[in-house]
Write a protein that binds this ligand. Structure first.
Ligand code: KIV
Length: 273
């Protein structure tokens, strides 16, 4: 299924954070998927996925762990290299894994590894760590925030449940999002929050908001690649969708995802809270 007549990936200019900001301004939805290796990176790039996230979800889908906690910075760097070597156009960001940004100094050292050895353009941090974010931004490191469900806090949370249903928690997520923007983040991932809350935050912030289980009104969408290809080890989360159903190939499934994100068909209410 050919949905877009775009030129071959090598002929397309690499996207920058400014291009993503311009997409929000123009009302164009941003497509994002996780990627962990060169072959999938090349497929996603060919289809025209705008952002690839080398997520610490690799601990669960690649390593078979029960959470993202065991993933180390060296492992993420390895996967970043695999992904960045095989892409031409997509913007690539990577997670700073559990406890790798416990102090601003650690965050600087580990962001340097992701950017210099892994070749990524941005690092993602879970939670509201304002001093760390200000320090990274001061030294030229683009940062993506991550609010709502924070998988690295699973041992405090106890379960992967929707966040921000109660007014107090919703207000805290809104105020954290605004503080993160003021601290200098360039993108925000909102995970597992009610669609109405994500819509409010997407309208409030100037920077693009990428949702996962956060409804259709975010500025873009991200899914874990293996979930949307129907090959996750565990139960697929309710907000995800198996795009392999009815697809002719992996490339076709990714193209269907790209099309449904760009046209606002995905996520439907069935895949939202
Ligand atoms: O690690 C990851 O894949 C993520 C997404 C769930 C946003 O952080």
């Amino acid at each position: 299924m050919t949905l877009y007549n775009s030129p071959p990936a090598p002929l397309r200019k690499a996207l920058s954070i400014l291009d993503l900001a311009a997409m929000k301004q123009a009302g164009e939805k941003i497509s994002c998927l996780t990627a962990y290796d060169a072959s999938f990176s090349a497929v996603l790039d060919k289809v025209g996925i705008d952002v690839m996230l080398v997520g610490d979800s690799l601990g669960m889908v690649i390593q078979g762990a029960i959470s993202t906690i065991p993933v180390t910075i060296e492992q993420i760097v390895y996967h970043c290299r695999c992904v960045t070597q095989a892409k031409h156009r997509a913007f690539v960001m990577a997670d700073l894994p559990f406890l790798s940004y416990a102090t601003p100094t650690m965050a600087i050292e580990n962001a340097a590894k992701l950017m210099q050895l892994g070749g990524v353009q941005m690092v993602k941090i879970e939670g509201s760590h304002l001093e760390t974010i200000r320090t990274l931004v001061k030294y030229g490191v683009p940062v993506c925030g991550h609010l709502g469900l924070l998988p690295q806090c699973i041992n405090q949370l106890g379960s992967y449940q929707v966040r921000g249903r109660e007014p107090l928690e919703a207000d805290k997520i809104i105020s954290d999002a605004q503080k993160l923007e003021q601290a200098g983040i360039g993108l925000l991932v909102l995970e597992c929050v009610p669609a109405s809350l994500a819509k409010k935050i997407s309208l409030l912030l100037k920077i693009p908001v990428i949702g996962i289980g956060a409804g259709v009104d975010c500025d873009g969408q991200v899914l874990v690649l293996y979930d949307m290809l129907g090959i996750s080890l565990g139960k697929r989360p309710r907000f995800s969708k198996n795009f392999m159903q009815g697809a002719e190939s992996i490339e076709d499934a990714v193209a269907r995802y790209q099309h449904q994100v760009k046209t606002g068909v995905f996520p439907s209410e069935e895949h939202s809270y």
